[in-house]
Design a binder for this molecule. Sequence first.
Ligand code: FAD
Ligand code: FES
Length: 258
Amino acid sequence: KKTKESLKIVSQERIGKDIYSMWLQADHMAAEAKPGQFLSLYTRDGSKLLPRPISICEIDRENGRIRLVYRVTGKNTGTEAFSRLHAGVPVEVLGPLGNGFPLHEAEGKRVFLMGGGIGIPPMLQTAKELKGTKTAILGYRDELFLNDEFQAYADVCVATEDGSTGTKGNVMDAIRENALEADVIFACGPTPMLRAIKAYAEEKNIPCWISMEERMACGVGACLACVCKSKEIDSHSHVHNKRICKDGPVFLSTEVEL
Ligand code: FAD
Ligand code: FES
């Protein structure tokens, strides 16, 4: 069972419009954490009881630190409260939670690391740890963030909706425009993007793991607020629903309905 820990903020920096990067001193969690897992952060506001799930963007195991990159979703939100916190301040955190990406499935293969918007951060640590031929395909609305940091670990392809950088369109357009090919896909992003990637992987007959960002409440498998339909059927012909927080957030694309 996971228990809440109080972690100190090492640094906090604005890296784009409404996008923040926060390093936490997280000795135990950093030792345990895997790419694709997430932390759940509590606000200090008593009226906001539920913790906010944020993917692990980077793990610095040597210094026992974890980096989160998150978007402030609006005024008076929990994420806005996080963005106001300074270095040295403690935050209550639960984690690491969820299953993470199965890196061994891509070892030595050609792999697409696909991220859309705020689904991009978890692909960075994935890119760092994965041993294979990596192409990061990153989709943005307009302004870029984190893309430079992928260069050290992967070939990088960018798509923007407004066409200001790279391919005009989405990550699927970037694959087509650059005639890219892969044997395995790892992806994280909004549901329409994941749906398109799932269809592409089925058409190409390649395995694809997707990290699903859904609304969560408890984050530890107890409340069932986050269930999604799965294709798994038990011996009594019952469809097994999956909890995104506990059974995921990473699933084999053929196992879940989107
Ligand atoms: P509020 O409106 O104050 O939130 C109200 C409640 O709704 C809170 O309990 C909040 O947690 C929940 N909620 C609202 N939107 C979402 C959402 N999209 N997903 C889950 N819960 C939501 N965002 C990032 O910016 N960076 C990340 O790396 C990241 N990783 C995520 C990983 C996972 C596994 C999941 C499930 C979500 C992730 N998100 C990430 C989305 C992030 O959790 C929401 O944007 C955030 O919870 C919104 O909280 P708020 O305080 O800004 O909004
Ligand atoms: Fe409570 Fe997943 S958020 S079971």
